[in-house]
Structure formats: C-alpha cells, structure tokens
Ligand binder design. Structure first.
Ligand SMILES: C[S@@+](CC[C@H](N)C(=O)[O-])C[C@H]1O[C@@H](n2cnc3c(N)ncnc32)[C@H](O)[C@@H]1O
Length: 314
C-alpha cells in the first residue's frame, strides 16, 4: 500500500538548527510520522551516522520507510512508543545518542484520513488510536467513562468551557440510543450541548472535545511525562533534545521537566547553601519557547499553537 503523507514539518529549520547535527552521530526521531523532520536530520548524516525513527503507528512507519529510502546514512525504524526509548536503545546496544526530536501529537495524515476517526469533519467509526493494534479506542472513552470522568478530561485536555454540559449530553444520548459509535454522532451531541450563541464564533464546536478524547485514548500526557527524563539521560555530552508541543498542558509538562533538570536542587529556598548535592547535568538553550514565524503561520495554519523547547546535556 502506498500512503501519501502531506505533513508539513512544523518549525523545521528551527529543529534542524537546534539539533546541532554531527554527521557521524546517532539521532532519534521519536515521533517519525511521514519523516519530514527525519529526512532533514538524515540528509545531514554521513554513511556512519545513524537515524533511529520511532512511531507507534505502523502506517506512519511504512510511509516513512519510503520517504527515507534515498538517505545514505544508517537507518533503523521501530514501531513503539517513544517513552520506551531506554529499552529500544538497550536492545540495539546503544548507550548514548547525540540528539533527539519529539514532535508531539497527531500527524496531518492521521487527522485527514477519515478511516482513523480523529476528525470531526468526516463521518467515520469513532477510533482515534494512533496504533490500531491497541484495543482501547475513542468508543471506550465515550461509552464507558462516567459523566464525571468525561467532564474532567474534556475540561482539562480540551480546555472546553462547556465540558460539563457535553459530558451530560453524551451520557444522556448513551442512555437513549445505546452507544455512540461514529464521529458524526459525537459531533451532533456536542453541538446539541453547546448553546447556539457560543457556537457562532471560534473554531469548530467539536474541536476541543475531539482533542481531549484523542489525548486520553493515546495516553499522550503520560507519554511525555515519562519520556523527557529518559531522553535527557541517554544524551551524550553536547547532545540536544528538541520537543515541539501543540497544547498548553504538554508544553507545561516539558517546561517543568526541563526546569527540574536544569535546577535539580531540592533544598528549601531559605537554605543559604545547597546541601542536597544535586547538580544539573543540562544546559539551557531556549528560555522562552521558539514559535513559528509569520511566514510559517501563513503557509501552515496548523502550526499556530506549536512551541519548541530545547535542552542540552553538559
Ligand atoms: C506530529 S506527527 C510527527 C510528524 C513528523 N515530525 C514529520 O515531520 O512528518 C506525530 C507522530 O508521532 C506519532 N506519535 C505520537 N505519540 C507517540 C508516542 N508516544 N510514541 C511514538 N509515536 C508517537 C504519531 O503516530 C504521529 O505519526
């Protein structure tokens, strides 16, 4: 099967520049997708250099393999979650890497492929699994979660002010109709829950709820929290970790993890000198996150909420 990926790599130049790529180095792209960023990394590597690409979606790996065919560097593409980086490197007998990139979230390919059930624009079975071998899908969230749990995830992960009403309407519809199995059924429920006056402006009324359910289905926040330290641990001195997020909760997790890494001291602030002895093994590269230029925003409106943070191992 040939799959066309139209994903435009977000903050592409900024990632490539910040990775400080050494031609003979080992680099990991933990969210390979259609390999837009990975191609840029791989084309800066020599025949000795190694590009490791990870994605939990087998369709993405298939497309990436095709897109990376012409590279001369060594390549290893792996179906896994990026939080498993320690085991992946251990299995390959690798003890240190020279840089890594995480471009968190869904790809345009996943979003635009109606079959995958990520999109509120197409009618499809409610799915949203990044890895279709996983057994837990959006239908489980929407049909099995309590009203309270639904309200919490829609509010927290979707930052949706109508979360409680949407949860109430989902549960009501489940009682009336048995279950909600398609994206359009869910869109209808969301539209019914949000007052018409609030639906007139802003993004599609289902956007926030769909985002929340997707994050829950794929455990996206846990993935990031588990991964930042693991990646920092395996970086060689001078190696950099670049992380692009699209959601304020994700960015907060990355920011806090980087801050802890830069300042690991656990002494109470009133102590005149450090007694815990914890010393940072990382260097700050970006204070404020890097955001897309006006030019990129014009060309790729989906980059609007992207933020890139970079940290370097000492
Ligand atoms: C935004 S896209 C990356 C696009 C890629 N940078 C490019 O240039 O084509 C995110 C990709 O990461 C994958 N992904 C998301 N979370 C993941 C995780 N925890 N582990 C592995 N892959 C993940 C998704 O399946 C998707 O293909």
């Amino acid at each position: 099967m040939s799959i066309e990926f139209s994903h435009v790599p977000v903050l592409y130049e900024e990632c490539i520049k910040n990775l400080n790529i050494k031609p003979d180095g080992i680099y990991v792209d933990g969210t390979l997708g259609g390999a837009g960023h990975a191609f840029g990394i791989g084309s800066r590597l020599s025949e000795k250099g190694l590009l490791i690409g990870i994605d939990r979606d087998p369709d993405a790996l298939e497309a990436a393999e095709e897109n990376l065919k012409s590279l001369k560097c060594r390549k290893k593409l792996i179906q896994s979650t990026y939080s498993d980086i320690n085991r992946i490197l251990e299995d390959m007998g690798i003890t240190g890497i020279d840089g890594a990139l995480l471009d968190i979230g869904v790809s345009s390919f996943q979003l635009d492929n109606p079959e995958r059930g990520f999109s509120y624009m197409h009618d499809a079975p409610l799915d949203m699994r990044m890895n279709r071998d996983d057994s837990f899908s959006a239908q489980d969230v929407v049909n099995e979660y309590s009203q309270k749990e639904l309200a919490r995830i829609i509010k927290e992960y979707g930052e949706e002010r109508w979360a409680s009403r949407i949860a109430e309407f989902i549960v009501k519809r489940r009682k009336e109709e048995g279950s909600i199995t398609t994206t359009s059924q869910l869109v209808d429920v969301i539209k019914a829950a949000i007052p018409a006056s609030a639906r007139r402006e802003g993004p599609h009324p289902a956007k926030r709820t769909f985002q929340a359910i997707r994050i829950e289905v794929n455990g996206e926040l846990e993935e990031i929290s588990n991964a930042v330290d693991s990646f920092c641990d395996v970086l060689n001195p001078g190696g950099r970790l670049c992380i692009i997020t699209f959601h304020s909760l994700e960015d907060r997790i990355v920011k806090e993890a980087f801050t802890r890494r830069l300042n690991p001291c656990t002494c109470p602030p009133e102590f005149p000198v450090c007694v815990c002895g914890k010393v940072s093994d990382a260097k700050k590269v970006t204070g404020k996150p890097i955001i897309p230029s006006e030019d990129e925003l014009d060309k790729n409106p989906r980059s609007r909420s992207a933020k890139l943070r970079v940290i370097e191992k000492k």
